[in-house]
Design a protein around this ligand. Structure first.
Ligand SMILES: O=C(CO)COP(=O)(O)O
Length: 136
């Protein structure tokens, strides 16, 4: 993986992650807001990132490992390093995840470092509206 350095007009990475049943919502959200997302360097778990890039190939998005294979932990590590500005993590509350410990750890580290964390589309809409306003 090659994560861009933390500098430039939109410093700080955006993290994008979605469980399988939420990937369609993530792609629709990213497509709708691609003009805002294009101002940022993005990191995403592998499958989520691939789906977003299929729809929005212009985005500066680094695909990490798939969530169950350590991708959630990679994003958590970037949060702990102070690299992540905000995280959209569309979780499936109705399906057990084999890597539930990783899911909880990612949410927990986002809380520990007090970064904006959107766990559903309603919150993701508010988050992106805030980013759009900030960045003009
Ligand atoms: O499992 C995930 C988040 O917990 C997401 O991983 P993928 O984007 O690789 O499906």
């Amino acid at each position: 993986m090659s994560i861009p350095p933390a500098s430039g007009p939109a410093a700080g990475l955006l993290g994008l992650v979605a469980h399988d049943s939420k990937k369609h919502d993530m792609v629709a959200w990213a497509t709708e807001h691609r003009h805002v997302l294009s101002r940022f360097d993005i990191v995403a778990t592998g499958t989520t990132g691939g789906r977003i890039l299929d729809a929005c190939p212009e985005l500066r998005l680094t695909k990490l490992k798939s969530g169950p294979l350590g991708g959630d932990q990679q994003i958590g590590a970037l949060i702990a390093e102070g690299r992540v500005r905000a995280l959209v993590f569309l979780v499936d509350p109705l399906t057990a995840q084999p890597h539930d410990v990783d899911v909880k750890a990612l949410m927990r580290v986002a809380l520990v470092y007090d970064i904006p964390l959107a766990l559903n589309i309603a919150s993701a809409e508010m988050l992106i509206a805030s980013l759009e306003g900030e960045r003009g």
